[in-house]
Design a protein around this ligand. Structure first.
Ligand code: NAD
Length: 318
């Protein structure tokens, strides 16, 4: 019998897969403090992990642990080099998230371009006819979007951009020209050249030493005045203070952010006061449908791992 720790509960459809399996027992851990996980981690053969951190101190005590199955695709909450040393496999829900996140990008782009929040407010205030010169709206049609990072989400997003007749440029040094052209995009070699002409910049790369603070004040200064930045990837790729400054100085038009350096976002963050930013609380992948897909894939990956039946695309190569 394999004992699985579910660190932060997941949708019941995922739990059911373990309940119905004779070889697995599980425990749901709601208190995700390091202190609590330290007490329990030695019990588990596998864990399901959402966004809470699994520190090296905790992993040092994980004497039985063979596999960590992320409920999601980002894995900056574990130290992969430490996992490698300990020979612990890291799995992701590779086929679950892309649609939900790509739709969220469109939600943010459309909320901004249609000035949705202000228009809704004006109607409620009784200003049904007065809005006409007060708030501008614009179309996505024929606008240039730069998709930075062309993995699962970037490839899903481009299909939606094509449907809106946007002009798509793609920056991803690890994806060849032909693949990008087959999706209807144009490959860009130098990121800082491409940002200069983009009406929208949507970020879909991992956070690492190369991408941290990639969008800083200097980069923002090179962008168009009407440019909109969307970040649903990871906080820290866009420098938050530089973004706030650039928006206040009318250097770019607006931003839509689902991810932040500190999550939950710090109550003192200037982003919370900046009306040119649309915010969501890291919920791009939390549609009803995606929650079920992620939960099922997380536990199925654990089962497949122990049954030697795992699809390669679910394994993070570390
Ligand atoms: N907001 C959310 O809820 C949510 C949900 C899922 C994923 N994410 C995040 O979205 C991002 C993309 O996820 P994915 O599933 O598409 O990942 P993926 O691994 O499929 O794709 C990432 C792409 O980024 C490219 N890349 C790597 N370094 C780069 C660089 N320096 N410049 C440009 N491109 C680079 C890779 O070649 C790859 O094609 C990740 O940061 C992930 O953590 C967020």
């Amino acid at each position: 019998m394999y004992k699985i720790g579910i660190i932060q509960n997941i949708h019941e459809e995922g739990i059911k897969l373990l309940t119905n399996h004779k070889n697995f027992d599980y425990e749901i851990i709601d208190d995700v403090s390091e202190e609590n996980i330290l007490k329990k981690i030695h019990l588990y053969d596998g864990v399901s992990l959402r966004t809470s951190k699994l520190t090296n101190k905790v992993l040092s005590r994980a004497t039985k642990l063979k596999v960590i199955s992320r409920h999601g695709v980002g894995y900056d909450n574990v130290d992969v080099s430490f996992l490698k040393k300990k020979n612990i496999k890291l799995l992701i829900t590779a086929t679950a998230n892309a649609t939900a996140v790509a739709e969220h990008v469109f939600y943010l782009m459309l909320t901004i371009s249609k000035n949705y929040l202000n228009l809704d407010n004006e109607v409620r205030l009784g200003n049904f006819k007065n809005y006409i010169n007060k708030f501008q709206t614009f179309e996505l049609n024929k606008k240039e979007i730069l998709i930075a990072g062309f993995g699962r989400i970037g490839k899903n997003l481009i299909k939606k951009c094509n449907g809106f007749d946007m002009k798509v440029k793609v920056y991803d040094p690890f994806i060849d020209n032909k693949t990008i052209e087959n999706f209807g995009g144009r490959k860009i070699e130098i990121f800082h050249d491409a940002v200069k002409t983009a009406d929208f910049l949507s970020i879909h790369m991992p956070l690492n030493n190369d991408t941290k603070n990639l969008i800083n004040y200097k980069c923002l200064q090179s962008m168009k005045k009407n440019a909109v930045i969307i970040n649903t990837a990871r906080g820290g790729i866009v420098n938050e203070l530089d973004l706030d400054k650039a928006l206040n100085e009318n250097i770019i038009l607006a931003a839509g952010l689902d991810v932040f350096v500190d999550e939950p976002i710090n109550v003192t963050s200037p982003l919370l006061k900046n009306k040119k930013i649309i915010l969501s609380p890291h919920t791009a992948a939390l549609t009803n449908e995606c929650k079920i897909r992620m939960a099922k894939e997380t536990t199925q990956n654990i089962i497949d791992f122990f049954e030697n039946n795992l699809n390669n695309s679910m394994i993070v190569k570390i």
